[in-house]
Design a protein around this ligand. Structure first.
Ligand SMILES: Cc1cc2nc3c(=O)[nH]c(=O)nc-3n(C[C@H](O)[C@H](O)[C@H](O)COP(=O)(O)O)c2cc1C
Length: 180
C-alpha cells in the first residue's frame, strides 16, 4: 500500500487520464468514485448540471478503501456548472472525516476551478496542500505533462501532518465512534 491515494471522479475520462498519470508519477494507489446509476447521454448531462447547481448528494457506490491510513489523499474532479461534480460532493460529504490531508486537481472546459477548490476545502474543513487546474483540451492534447509533474513534486514534498491519533481505528480504517 502506498502512503498516497488518488481518489477521483470522471464522467467522460479526462479526470481519469490525469489521475492515472499522477498515480504513475507518485507511485500512488488509485480509487475511482463511481455512480450508483449510469450518467450517460443527454439525460446524464442534464442531470449532472442540475445536481451541480443544486448542490445535490447523489448515490455513489460504497467505498471500502481505508482512507485514514493514507498520509495524503489527492482528490480529482471535473468542474460542473462552475461547481464541484456532485459525485465528488457526495464522497467528501461522507468521507471527509477520514482524510488526514489533501491536495486537489480539477479538469474543466475553461473556468470554475477556484470555486470548486473552495467548495472542497469547505467540505473537508481543511486547506489543500497543493492544487492543479487543467483544461480538458490540453489534457486531451497531452500538453499538461510539465504541470502534472510540478503538481506531483508539490505533493511529494508537502510537509506531512503528524499521524498522532489517540483513537484506535477499526480494521477497515474507520473509527468506531464515527460510523454513519
Ligand atoms: C454537466 C457539465 C457541466 C459542465 N460545466 C462546466 C463549467 O461550468 N466550466 C467548465 O470549464 N467546464 C464545464 N464542463 C466541462 C467539464 O468540466 C470538462 O469537460 C471535464 O474535463 C470533464 O471531465 P471528465 O471527462 O473527467 O468527466 C461541464 C461538463 C458537464 C458534463
Amino acid at each position: 500500500m502506498s502512503s498516497i491515494l488518488i481518489a477521483y471522479y470522471s464522467r467522460s475520462g479526462t479526470t481519469r487520464q490525469v489521475a492515472r498519470q499522477l498515480a504513475d508519477k507518485l507511485g500512488a494507489d488509485l480509487y475511482a468514485i463511481q455512480d450508483a446509476r449510469p450518467r450517460r447521454g443527454l439525460f446524464g448531462y442534464l442531470q449532472s448540471a442540475l445536481e451541480a447547481m443544486r448542490g445535490s448528494l447523489p448515490d455513489i457506490k460504497p467505498c471500502t478503501t481505508p482512507l485514514s491510513q493514507y498520509d495524503m489523499v489527492v482528490l480529482g474532479t471535473p468542474v460542473w456548472m462552475g461547481h464541484l461534480a456532485s459525485p465528488m460532493r457526495r464522497f467528501l460529504h461522507d468521507k471527509a472525516r477520514y482524510i488526514r490531508q489533501a491536495a486537489f486537481f480539477c479538469t474543466m472546459g475553461g473556468e470554475g476551478a477556484d470555486t470548486v477548490f473552495g467548495e472542497m476545502e469547505k467540505l473537508l474543513c481543511q486547506d489543500a496542500r497543493a492544487t492543479l487546474a487543467l483544461r480538458q483540451d490540453e489534457v486531451m492534447r497531452n500538453a499538461c505533462q510539465a504541470q502534472i509533474a510540478g503538481f506531483a513534486a508539490d505533493i511529494a514534498h508537502a510537509p506531512r501532518r503528524p499521524a498522532f491519533d489517540p483513537m484506535p481505528l477499526d480494521e477497515d480504517g474507520t473509527r468506531p465512534w464515527a460510523r454513519a
